[in-house]
Write a new protein. Sequence first.
Length: 231
Amino acid sequence: MSHELRTPLNAVLGFSETMLVETFGPLGSPRYKEYLGHIHDSGAHLLSLINDVLDLSRLDAAQSELNETVFDPAELIAESLCMVTGQAQQARIALSADIGCDLPWLKADKRRIKQIVINLLSNSLKFTPAGGRVQVSARLTDAGLALAVADSGIGIAREDIPKALERFGQVDSRLERKYEGSGLGLPLSKQLAELHGGELVLESTAGAGTIVTVTLPRDRLGARPAAVAAA
């Protein structure tokens, strides 16, 4: 199913992108370029949704295996920030990081942890109005390594938090029309954190913002490699 679903969409995205940059000559009417932009954006959104659904299906079937390596979490956060900087600039939201000094390295699936961080950042950016702020932080706690994303966005009422963590959950149907999304980012991030033996906690106040914290257990922490520490 993974191949069957992704292959046609990759063709749609590839050909529409080629036409958008007018590789083989001008398109003619400017309206064609506008329509192609909509085709490409819709295809990219659908591919993202398919990827999330497939990831959740693998997790449900206990077929998702961790490809564990040892890496620097501060470097992963920097890479994640680079990937959402354009989204933040377009939305006119201040994006920042607060990383603790001398964080231990992490033994985990780097791609999956990055997926969590990017999901949380993208979610915060989506629900934060222009002029707001989003901050990602990393701290060593008694429980382990805490990665948190905090925003000054629209927030969620306390009684609605469980619904926000449900698959396809939308706290308010009006939000579904205003903010495009599948409702899978938080549930997927929660399951990926739990797959690592960690947890995801969401704290929020309506109208005042949200903090989502993913804590990875201490048995996943390790010392910096000697070559890196000496550099």
